[in-house]
Design a protein. Structure first.
Length: 372
């Protein structure tokens, strides 16, 4: 990714470059390989040890695993904090990692609703959802890495791309405030349509593997179609999540590691919250405000450095963390108090849509697959 010559350089090479790229931890190539090796070990642990057999996760199991993953993230944050303090005598690296992690984790919680809709549409039994989520998250890690390399590379080549990222986050924030997160239609997914049209799909409702052999031919199962939808959906999620964390820090290692720690425990968090996701009625307003704040911050920093020749710190990292945490906390207060907004007459009746059985929803997906 980045060679020792680049990431081993001083923290900031010049005043002009102070908003382009940061190296808060003086990361070298072997730091990257060590972190990636840690991620691989944790993924193997999750697949081989925690979920050796497909089963329905209990609430207690999901809570313990969520606490485990979040605890590991905080332990890594403490390490980053110590590392940055040893190098520079301040807490900037640790604060920026924590802010990035909080933002990415919150975005992930909002995205869990989409995963729930996808699984309900295909009628995937909860016992098989973890396997699909595991491979989906593995693909997400690879795609996030590609997006981060591209994003940081673009910033280094074209400074004005910061304005584009900032404007995009502001637009995304405004759009999120007025959008309905329940208006999700997996059947309109382009990748799903492509798979149904051009891939040989078996007619059996198989969700414990992605491919089967029938009559000497290899067929993809409905589980593979679900995986395609999950992967393609995560690409859309990355489009706004990567600029958001880049708006917090331009240190590639902190950007990548905070992103990865936020999605590593996503499966356990999904099973913990899947029954109460529909109660987070106001989370998207908090995320909308956070994305808009980060976008405005990016635009303001660019303007201050390039148009007003101001090379100091525009917003303290601690203040950014406080704003992000405050906005998200405000959006969760109604949920914690048990407040539920009154449904409008234009919204569909939850009784007809939510009580749909897995067998019924799966039959829809399979029939459409066979028809195409």
């Amino acid at each position: 990714m980045w060679g020792p010559g680049e990431l081993g350089s001083p923290r900031l090479t010049s005043k002009k470059e102070c908003i382009l790229v940061e190296n808060l931890l003086e990361v070298h190539w072997w730091h990257w390989w060590a972190f990636l090796a840690l991620v691989v070990v944790l993924l193997i642990l999750d697949l081989v040890v925690f979920h050796r057999q497909d089963h329905k996760p209990t609430l207690r199991e999901s809570a313990l695993l969520s606490a485990f993953w979040i605890g590991l993230a905080f332990a890594f944050n403490a390490f980053v904090w110590w590392w940055g303090w040893q190098l520079h005598g301040d807490s900037e690296a640790g604060v920026k990692f924590l802010t990035g992690f909080v933002v990415e984790k919150s975005l992930s919680v909002d995205n869990l609703f989409v995963f729930a809709v996808i699984f309900r549409f295909f009628g995937v039994d909860i016992r098989h959802q973890h396997r699909i989520l595991f491979w989906g998250i593995l693909g997400a890690i690879i795609m996030r890495g590609i997006f981060i390399v591209a994003g940081v590379g673009l910033i280094q080549l074209f400074e004005w791309i910061l304005l584009v990222f900032g404007a995009f986050l502001i637009y995304t924030g405004i759009h999120l405030a007025f959008s309905n997160s329940e208006n999700v239609h997996p059947e309109k997914n382009v990748v799903l349509r492509f798979g149904r049209r051009y891939l040989p799909i078996c007619s059996a409702a198989i969700f414990d593997r992605f491919f089967v052999r029938e009559a000497g031919r290899v067929f993809a199962t409905p589980a593979f179609l679900v995986l395609l939808v999950v992967e393609s959906t995560d690409v859309l999620f990355a489009v706004d999540s990567i600029p958001a964390v880049i708006g917090i820090t331009r240190d590639p290692f902190i950007v990548f590691s905070s992103n990865i720690w936020a999605i590593l425990g996503l499966r356990a968090l999904y099973f913990l919250l899947v029954g109460v996701l529909d109660r987070f009625h106001y989370l998207h307003y908090g995320l909308s405000a956070v994305l808009s704040f980060i976008g405005l911050k990016m635009v303001a920093e660019y303007a201050a450095h390039h148009w007003f020749e101001y090379h100091g710190r525009l917003i303290n990292p601690w203040l950014s963390l406080a704003v992000v945490a405050g906005l998200l906390s405000l959006s969760l207060i109604p949920t914690l108090l048990g407040y539920t907004p009154r449904r409008s007459d234009t919204e569909p009746d939850s009784g007809s849509g939510e009580t749909e059985t897995p067998q019924e929803t799966h039959s829809v997906g399979v029939q459409n697959t066979e028809a195409r």
